[in-house]
Structures are given as C-alpha cells and as structure tokens.
Design a binder for this molecule. Structure first.
Ligand SMILES: Cc1ncc(COP(=O)(O)O)c(C=O)c1O
Length: 389
C-alpha cells in the first residue's frame, strides 16, 4: 500500500459500537475484567489499566509501526522520554556511540543522567566510517544515528553504520524525527529501532508533545531488548495521554502532503540564501554544495523542511536578522505549519559547539515567495544597520 493511503488508514477502524468514522478517544484509565474469566484462568484482556495499554495509544502505535515499516511501536510522553527509555535498556558498563552533531537533549540524557549510572558515552563523527569503526569496542551495545542532524544538517550513511554496529553485535538506533518515514527508511536500511519526537512533523501542528520507538524485530514479543523497552514504558509510566495520541493520529493523515510542502519551500529558501551576499554558508542536503549531497540523493527522495545558515558576522548579526523577521517566529522546535527560526547557540548553552552566527529554520507551509521576501528584508535591514556603524 502507498504511504498516502497508510497515513490515512493505518491504525484506524470504524467504531462498531456507534458507527463513528473518526475513532473515539478512550479516556478511561481502567477497563473491566470478567471475574468468571479470571476464575477460569483466562489470560488478561488487551486492556486493563491505561498506563500499560490504551486503545487510542494502541491505534497510534499500530499506525506508526506500519508507516515506518516496522513490526511494533511503543509511545512515550515526549521524544526525550523515548530516548531515555531506549538508553535505559542498556546496563552499567555498556558503551554507547553518539554522533558528534546530535540533538543536544540526547547528549544531555546520555551524559548528564546515564553516565552517572555507569554508561560509557562517546561521541564520534558519524560521517567518517573509519572513525566509527575505530571507536567500536566489545562493550559497545548501541550506535545512535541522527540524520539529517540537528542543527548542522550533517548526513550519516545509515546502511553502512548499521552494518558496522551489527558486526560488533551492537544495536543501531536512528532518530528519524527530521526526515520522517516519508523521506527516509532507516529500518529498511538496516537500523534496528527508529526513534521519533512525534512533537515535530508526525503530529505536525506544534500542539502535542510525544515520542515513539519503532522496532524492526520480526517477532518483538520474543525480543528481550524490545520487552525491556515495553517494561520501561508500562512500569516507568512515561506515556502520552489518549488525547495527545488522538491528535497525533489526526495529524498523521496529512503527513505526506505537508512534508512535500515543507521540502519544496525549504529547497527554494536554501537556494535563495545560498546566493545572498550576507550569508556565509547554508546547510541543506538538497544543495549541490552540501558535502553529502550524493548520499542525500541515495538515502532520501526529498531533502526535508529543515535548514540552517550562517550569516556574515557573529551572534549580534544573527540575532538582528531574527529580530527583523515578520513571518518567521524566533522560537524553538520544528515541524509545524508556521515557519520558525532559532539562534541555536543561545538555547544550547555555554557548552554548545554550534556557531554563534548560525540560525536554524523550520521552514513552514506559508507561500515561499512571502517567506523569501521576509528573509530578504530582514537581511537587508540588518546589514544596512551594521554596515553603517
Ligand atoms: C532530532 C530530535 N530528537 C529528539 C528530540 C526531543 O523531542 P521532544 O522535544 O519531543 O522531547 C528533538 C527535539 O527537538 C529533536 O529535534
């Protein structure tokens, strides 16, 4: 079945009780158990208590597993809660390889929380296969990929890294938040698990916080790692509410059409910025100038809605540009219909390695001519002002 059809039908069923076409939201925290069935020794029904399982959450888990081409999904209250749960499946002394350019929250969870429990955390340049091969050790249990990366838009060869990880009996997990399953198929390329911040493109409307992990295991019920993750989900309890799951299920239906708009607009803006004299560098995998453009063409049919660019000057000029914009809101996050721009170094804090002159853009679904005109006037105003000084 095609992606567009799955996005609308996966996980959704007619409500046979009422005939409702739109699935209901199951808010009940508890579910009836037939005492006579219990007396007869019958197994527990699918739903007993909503922390362990809920029909609305189940519907979204089924939809996401199908869209990623996986066998099962587990939902969490945020992308970060999903990341924490994945890393909690590791044990004291295990070695984790993270990319150098990784969402700073992922690094903070690994280094700031789990290193205290004995996790060995190491960052490598995932774009350099030799460096990754050299960093793998017998204790390496997990190799983390994030591609395109946040905020430098570096690209990682998923198939090559997954193969290296497997050669060392390590699991390969890919954060597919920025690309979405429409633009990148990590499980088909060999990754074992995919992680998402569903807060972003999957929900797509900047009004839900959520996270998901999807596995490629042929039989997740008998996969010990997946069962550990399920145990952390059900007993740790970092799960999303039924309403949030319902909203995400609603948002998913338009994912392929929204993504095409994001990609087209981002490509247009990337070209515009690339030729602007006040812009030093544009990071977008769809540009010929991107160092991994060939890999992007191989791994992604289109290049996504995220880009970053470095303006001439430093922190002052970058923040001036952000301040002059009318249509782009200076705010964090990504993946909604509205365009956002963010000075990443200032939110990442004093240990940030992000250049001070870099602005990250979540390109929205406004008309590209309006977005371009806004960027043009903001750059013009900034450089008129600074060039006068
Ligand atoms: C690539 C990536 N992964 C994970 C996360 C964390 O997701 P959440 O904010 O839903 O916890 C983010 C958030 O920005 C992200 O950009």
């Amino acid at each position: 079945m095609h992606f567009e059809t799955l996005a609308i039908h996966a996980g959704r069923h007619l409500d046979l009780g009422t005939g409702a076409v739109i699935p209901p939201i199951h808010l009940s925290t508890t579910f009836w158990r037939d005492p006579l069935q219990t007396l007869a020794g019958a197994p527990l029904p699918d739903y007993t208590y909503t922390r362990e399982g809920n029909p609305t959450r189940g519907a979204l888990e089924q939809a996401l597993a199908q869209l990623e081409g996986g066998s099962a999904a587990a939902l969490f209250a945020s992308g970060s809660a999903a990341t924490l749960a994945i890393l909690q499946t590791l044990s004291t002394g295990d070695h984790l390889l993270l990319p150098q350019d990784v969402y700073y929250g992922t690094f903070k969870i690994a280094q700031g929380i789990l290193a205290r429990w004995g996790l060995q955390v190491e960052q490598v340049d995932m774009t350099d296969l030799e460096q990754v091969a050299a960093a793998l050790r017998p204790q390496t249990r997990l190799v983390w990929i994030e591609t395109p990366s946040n905020p430098m838009l570096t690209l990682t060869d998923i198939a090559a890294i997954a193969e290296l990880a497997h050669r060392h009996a390590a699991r390969c997990v890919c954060d597919n938040t920025w690309a979405t399953p429409l633009l990148q198929r990590p499980l088909e390329l060999g990754a074992d698990w995919v992680v998402h911040s569903t807060t972003k493109y999957l929900n797509g409307h900047s009004d839900v916080l959520g996270g998901a992990v999807i596995t490629a295991a042929p039989d997740p019920e008998s996969d010990p790692d997946w069962q550990t993750l399920r145990h952390i989900q059900a007993n740790g309890g970092g799960v999303p509410s039924p309403f949030e799951c319902w909203l995400t299920l609603r948002g998913l239906q338009t994912l392929p059409y929204r993504m095409r708009g994001h990609c087209q607009n981002a490509q247009t803006l990337a070209h515009f910025l690339h030729s602007h004299p006040a812009v030093e560098r544009v990071h977008y995998p769809g540009l010929l100038s991107h160092p991994a453009h060939a890999l992007a063409q191989q791994q992604m049919p289109e290049f996504g809605g995220m880009l970053s660019f470095q303006v001439r000057g430093g922190r002052q000029e970058a923040l001036q540009v952000a301040a002059q914009l009318q249509l782009f809101t200076h705010a964090t996050s990504l993946g909604g219909p509205e365009s956002l721009i963010e000075h990443r170094a200032s939110i990442e804090g004093p240990n940030s390695t992000t250049p001070e002159n870099l602005l990250r853009v979540s390109v929205g679904l406004e008309h590209p001519q309006d977005l371009m005109a806004d960027l043009k006037q903001a750059l013009q105003q900034t450089y008129q002002q600074t060039d006068k000084k």
